[in-house]
Write a protein that binds this ligand. Structure first.
Ligand code: AMP
Length: 366
């Protein structure tokens, strides 16, 4: 199997690393010659708008997938006519526009924050009147890791946010007073088989994921069933193939969708060592039509991102004990403030030991 990956970041890199034991071969496509997936597979440097370059890239491939959801939909559609492309361009399109995405979830009776599209100042005034404050003003497209959005707590926040974001399609969302943020990862194969990972609790700072923790034992809980039901409905509606991530706000027994990602996801990195089959392996099994692997979790599991600077590997690895195993993943990226440079997965048989290692400040180990 020759598999092409659109995007050459850490997600593509981890996909390939999961696929080599199955004998798959990979190549990736990215606009940057520095793309870190290029360390582990051939990298084609080109623009996602350059159809000739994309077609040349796809020649000889058995399938193409993506690890970056801002690939232009028309490029994906053209590519999909030449080679199987999973997930489908339809799923890609749905995830690229916050208004379309929320409208889609509401059409399936899956709750979202109240929202209104904002394409003019008049729309903005009307949306503010209808939704009230606090609210969140976001760009409809191309936002990630909390970029392109402002929380409007008071009237004083309205003008600064408007002047920063106006000029592109926007969305105003009612502020959800959530208890915690959770996400589910699910996979659906070309054969229609589905599997679900346990819900994880995610902690963000400044919109960037800091840590994820499996909410074990979650597989039997009502909340898990609800999340699975929402993920299943979504995958069936999109005739989805591959791994899908859905991020929720939890309010009591309710789950309110924040957004979905039609790809492997940072909140599933723990599954490399923490589940019987990782999200990366299941994405590859799903897209190549192989049987999906068990998502069973046998330990207490947590994952912390390494952001901005890399702690000393020596000091980091020395934190492991008989009670807590540590797995360090570095992506080979140049350190920059706030940049995702790697992650650490922690496994323990007891919740207390995991808790203490999860709350360790790794930056002190630099
Ligand atoms: P997003 O880019 O939509 O994933 O938003 C980044 C983070 O901002 C989320 O993980 C939440 O912590 C916060 N956030 C986004 N939208 C809302 C909302 N409508 N209500 C409350 N918090 C939000």
């Amino acid at each position: 199997m020759n598999i092409g990956i659109l995007g050459g970041g850490q997600l593509g890199r981890m996909l390939a690393l999961a696929g080599y034991p199955l004998g798959f071969r990979f190549r990736c496509f990215d606009p940057s010659p520095e793309a870190v997936a290029g360390h582990v597979m051939p990298l084609t440097v080109g623009s996602f708008e350059d159809l000739d370059a994309l077609t040349a890239f796809a020649t000889g491939l058995d399938l193409v997938t993506f690890e970056f959801e801002n690939v232009p939909v028309w490029s994906a559609e053209c590519l999909a006519q030449k080679v199987p492309l999973y997930p489908s361009p339809m799923a890609l399109a749905m995830s690229q526009d916050r208004v379309e995405e929320k409208t889609f979830f509401q059409s399936m009776n899956i709750p979202t924050a109240p929202f209104a599209p904002v394409n003019s100042r008049t729309d903005f005034e009307t949306a503010l009147q209808n939704l009230g404050l606090p609210a969140v003003l976001k760009t409809c497209r191309l936002g990630y890791d909390g970029k392109g959005q402002y929380v409007l707590q008071t009237v004083a926040d309205i003008e600064p946010a408007w002047s920063k974001l106006q000029g592109v399609p926007l969305i105003l969302e009612g502020f959800v007073a959530f208890e915690r943020e959770v996400s589910i990862l699910a996979a659906r194969s070309t054969r229609g088989e589905t599997v679900f990972y346990p819900l994880v609790e995610n902690k963000h700072t400044g919109g960037i994921l800091q840590s994820s923790r499996v909410t074990a034992p979650a597989s039997t809980s009502e909340l898990q069933r609800l999340a699975q039901n929402y993920a299943l409905k979504t995958m069936e509606a999109l005739e989805y193939t591959g791994v899908l991530a859905i991020e929720f706000f939890q309010c009591g027994k309710e789950l309110i969708v924040n957004e979905m990602a039609p790809r492997v996801h940072n909140s599933g990195h723990w599954s490399i060592e923490g589940a019987c089959t990782s999200q990366f392996a299941n994405h590859l099994r799903a897209t190549t039509g192989l049987p999906l692997g068990s998502t069973k979790v046998t330990n207490h599991v947590g994952m912390k991102n390494i952001l901005g600077q890399i702690p000393s590997l020596e000091k980091l690895l020395a934190q492991a004990t008989d009670q807590v195993q540590l797995y360090v993943h570095l992506y080979g990226k140049k350190p920059l403030p706030g940049r995702k440079l790697g992650h650490i997965t922690m496994l323990s048989k007891d919740a207390g030991s995991l808790e203490s290692v999860m709350t360790t400040d790794w930056t002190e180990l630099s």
